[in-house]
Design a binder for this molecule. Structure first.
Ligand code: ZN
Ligand code: ZN
Length: 151
């Protein structure tokens, strides 16, 4: 990672882990130590790498597993294991995992999202939906904004 300077004071930004959380619709995200580049002088925070925004969202989807399959947007979700249609109401569940992003130490993520239990095999799985894609991205954005982290 190339060194970056604070635009306000010229000091080198240093890597720090900041606690933050965010939410959008029925998605909530929580980080005990989100990696950011921070000015040691007055706390200006930037993304820790050039492609962080994109890689961050991709890595969080890796935590939201297993996920129900949805062959077509208008179809009911189906169990990822046995294809049983999942027709019950989703309930909120916390998914947890470690995010490993290029050039950064792994860090923990907690994501609350709608989940469905398969009546056949009993596996809890993400209630995949079209809306969820933007809800997850917006929840992550709100966590970055809550910690005043900018690209
Ligand atoms: Zn500064
Ligand atoms: Zn199943």
């Amino acid at each position: 990672m190339s060194a970056r300077e604070c635009k306000a004071c010229g000091l080198l930004l240093t890597l720090a882990g900041v606690p933050t959380r965010g939410r959008h619709a029925n998605v909530e995200v929580e980080f005990a130590a989100l990696p950011v580049l921070q000015c040691p002088e007055h706390g200006i925070r930037r993304y820790p790498s050039r492609d962080f925004g994109y890689e961050f969202v991709q890595a969080v989807w890796g935590v939201l597993q297993p996920a129900a399959r949805r062959p077509l947007p208008f179809m009911k979700p189906r169990c990822c294991r046995d294809g049983t249609p999942l027709v019950s109401e989703p309930s909120a569940r916390w998914f947890e995992g470690t995010l490993s992003l290029k050039g950064l130490s792994p860090f923990q993520a907690r994501v609350q999202a709608p989940s469905l239990r398969c009546p056949t095999c009993g596996v809890d799985q993400l209630a995949s939906s079209q809306a969820l894609n933007s809800d997850v991205a917006d929840a992550l954005l709100s966590a970055l904004q809550a910690a005043s982290v900018v690209p």
